[in-house]
Design a binder for this molecule. Sequence first.
Ligand code: ASP
Ligand code: MG
Length: 413
Amino acid sequence: MARIVQKYGGTSVGSVERIKHVASRIQRSKAEGHELVVVVSAMGKSTDELVSLATEITNTPSKREMDMLLSTGEQVTISLLTMALQEMGVQAISLTGWQAGMKTETSHGNARITDIKTKRIEAELSQGNVVIVAGFQGVSGSEITTLGRGGSDTTAVALAAALKASRCDIYTDVTGVFTTDPRYVQKARKLHSISYDEMLEMANLGAGVLHPRAVEFAKNYEVPLMVASSMVEEVGTMIEEEVTMEQNLVVRGIAFENDVTKVTVRGLPNRLNTLSKLFTALSENQVNVDIIIQNQYDDEHVNISFSITQSTLKETLAVLQNAQEELQFTDIYFEEELAKVSIVGSGMVSNPGVAAQMFAVLADNEVAIKMVSTSEIKVSVVVEEADMVLAVEMLHNAFQLAEEVEEAEIEAM
Ligand code: ASP
Ligand code: MG
């Protein structure tokens, strides 16, 4: 008997039929003798629908009321799923975030989990119940909070850590983690496994399969994570510390995202505090900056470029214009419709020349690189959005990501 946390995403519980299907999967796991805690998302696109209801009333809803509203989505699912289980004769109980002891910070809309009081869940488990927990929500004092969009993954992993579960299985609408997004690249291949660090980079770089904070939790508490489909019976992808399989691959995956804008602030004074003044002004106004490049063009002046998401351009320009006198720049230049393409792999640490190969592949395909940033296990480039898919395909070929490693070879490693 193992203690297992399972999580089912919005698509997997998108209709009454699907909820019944999930219930029968849970019944099966329960019959195998496991102790089960199941975290669910809101049905289908219902969180989006709640958001649009709010925007029909106001463009500036209070964050507290948004949490009050959005937390109802998951509450619908937990009750219906529990009824479906009870209907099948499976003993089950639903718990909201606060009933499950999910304590968070006060910040509405993006609260971090601070502590989980597992007493209630433990008591329900020892009564023989399957415990169905509402994802994405918590409590701060007596206030309902939410963990940020996509946060149900984090609820599940955090619960797995707190309950010392032997694994956390994330069931979703894809069959696992792929080398790149299969909706864009036909040759994308499902990975047998990926390390926490690689998955964290992939998640942060726009691979939507897992919430980045969930991966962070899994890494910090060493929770073995599995991503698999709730609809297709197929082996998923394991996310764990030591990934010994497919060691021959230096690059394990390619992440990409569009809606990137590059902003260049020109003619700034070449002083020690220029960077700090510029980015303090931006951060004080909650502008999130990604890649940063500084160029000196004469003794007195520098240009600083940075990338942001498209949707924050207006705000960014307003912040800069307000601070022009203080920052003493001459003008601002920006380029829209860009995309970020990133190659990720732990093998890069010990293999020089990966970035060089990436640049060569892009140059050979006449893809212009606008910005570059690297970490130990990733290289990101900003390119024109029109080149994005081509760039990903070419890199996927060049780093041989489509090639299946023989099972025998894996066993032998
Ligand atoms: N229902 C929430 C959302 O759509 C949380 C989640 O599904 O993870 O963002
Ligand atoms: Mg999700």
